[in-house]
Design a protein around this ligand. Structure first.
Ligand SMILES: Cc1cc2nc3c(=O)[nH]c(=O)nc-3n(C[C@H](O)[C@H](O)[C@H](O)COP(=O)(O)OP(=O)(O)OC[C@H]3O[C@@H](n4cnc5c(N)ncnc54)[C@H](O)[C@@H]3O)c2cc1C
Length: 393
């Protein structure tokens, strides 16, 4: 957004509580690699120029990439400046930080979608002897006690952590709710390549049937690794990770799991099939069938006949619970009447329900790719144009 505002000669400042790329420096686990290939992190006027376009950035590489971008575009960033309040005043907005105050006619909320880990209320009922960890706190398996680990949630975060923790020698049980299975490579190309080329990631917020639902869809079960391998539940079962149903509650020290595991997996196989059908249709329409490998689908997800419906958390079998159950944004500093009853910002494709206020970086904000690094550019161009018109008008 800063780059787009600069292109329009709009005077602005970027306030950041930490260093540039703070979330990547302080809120991610050590081994994380982007699940989007290098070529796919495109920012306005800045793309990948290295020799491994199909690789996946490590955290130091992501930090370097964003840091370099800020320098290349001379973004007017004030680091170590925490916004503690934004409220409207006569001229627009009064922004109070822990260093100084700002008055501005417009404000762009780009504070991230994943500031706080979603931890269900039932976590309170876990026995005190069990350590509970969120993905924001998790760095590597060494910080966990020896012994069994229950990972709750089987989307990108949960499946990635399950693999790493299992490899550390701790037995892992993975509680599986709604998730979306996805092959890393399909017909010889990265799934992200297909979704980008076929326009799936460009699908607009005002084109989908149910945007509220689309904004809640879990992340694809993808991981970035040098092997470019698929990380699905069959991979995990093959390694020895135990699959169990969705965690439904904790009562008297007993974790209870839903009997829906088989259904959840069938549904996930079905959704993956639909995505791949869309890709196949696009490939045929665009004459790619002769160029790429023939369609080959993954075998169905294998599920134990009757997985256990309960685990006694006092038995010592489980020492740690990891809540890989999603994230949400923190707007505790936003004192404007723009939040709905679930604490989400009311907006129309990033144009917030308050004059001169804009939102960025949120799941399906304007396009399916909005919450990816690659989505920021198009959204910033659109919202920058709206913001400029607002200032002019
Ligand atoms: C585990 C994980 C893996 C991901 N993997 C990928 C991936 O592979 N590929 C991909 O494209 N995307 C990935 N994403 C999404 C990625 O994080 C977003 O695309 C990207 O971070 C959005 O950038 P942003 O600037 O909107 O938000 P953020 O990167 O979250 O940046 C927000 C910034 O605002 C600052 N801030 C927040 N509150 C305040 C305040 N009150 N005052 C001052 N500063 C404040 C924060 O310090 C932070 O630096 C992943 C996200 C997570 C959580």
């Amino acid at each position: 957004m800063s780059r787009c505002l600069a292109d329009r000669a709009i005077d602005h400042v970027v306030l950041e509580r930490g260093e540039v790329a703070n979330s990547w420096r302080t809120e991610r686990w050590d081994s994380l690699q982007l699940l989007t290939p290098n070529w796919q992190s495109r920012l306005p006027g800045f793309g990948y120029e290295g020799e491994d376009p199909d690789g996946y950035r490590t955290m130091p590489e992501v930090i370097d990439f964003i840091d370099r971008y800020a320098r290349v575009i001379s973004a007017p960033v004030r680091t170590h400046t925490t916004v503690i309040s934004v409220r409207s005043d006569d001229a627009g907005y009064l922004v109070i930080t822990d260093r100084d105050d700002w008055r501005c006619r417009t404000v762009v909320l780009a504070s991230g979608a994943c500031n706080i880990a979603d931890v269900p209320a039932m976590a309170e009922a876990a026995p005190g002897a069990i350590e509970t960890v969120t993905p924001i706190q998790y760095r590597n398996p060494d910080q966990l006690e020896e012994g069994g680990v229950l990972v709750v949630g089987a989307s990108a975060t949960g499946t990635q952590l399950a693999v790493e923790i299992h490899r550390s020698g701790r037995p892992v049980t993975l509680a599986v709710g709604e998730h979306i299975r996805a092959p890393r490579l399909y017909r010889g190309r990265d799934l992200e390549w297909w979704m980008d080329a076929a326009g799936v990631l460009d699908e607009r917020y005002d084109e989908v049937d149910n945007i509220v639902r689309a904004r809640r869809v879990p992340s694809l079960q993808l991981t970035g690794s040098p092997e470019r391998s698929t990380l699905d539940l069959n991979t995990l079962t093959g390694m020895g990770v135990k699959l169990i149903g969705r965690l439904a509650g904790i009562t008297n020290g007993k974790a209870q799991f839903s009997g829906s595991l088989r259904n959840q997996c069938a549904l996930s196989d079905l959704k993956m099939g639909r995505l791949l059908d869309t890709i196949d249709a696009w490939a045929s329409e665009n004459g790619l069938d002769g160029e790429v490998a023939a369609p080959r689908r993954l075998a169905h997800t294998e599920v134990e006949e009757s997985p256990p419906l309960g685990i006694d958390l006092n038995s010592g079998e489980i020492k740690t619970i990891i809540w890989a159950t999603g994230y949400h944004a923190d707007y505790s500093w936003l004192h404007a009447p723009v939040l709905d009853r679930k604490g989400r910002i009311r907006h129309d494709g990033g144009i917030v329900d308050a004059p001169g206020m804009y939102l960025m970086g949120i799941q399906f904000l304007r396009r399916r790719k909005s919450a990816l690094i690659d989505g920021a550019g198009d959204d910033a161009r659109d919202l920058g144009a709206h913001l400029a018109a607002y200032l002019d008008g």
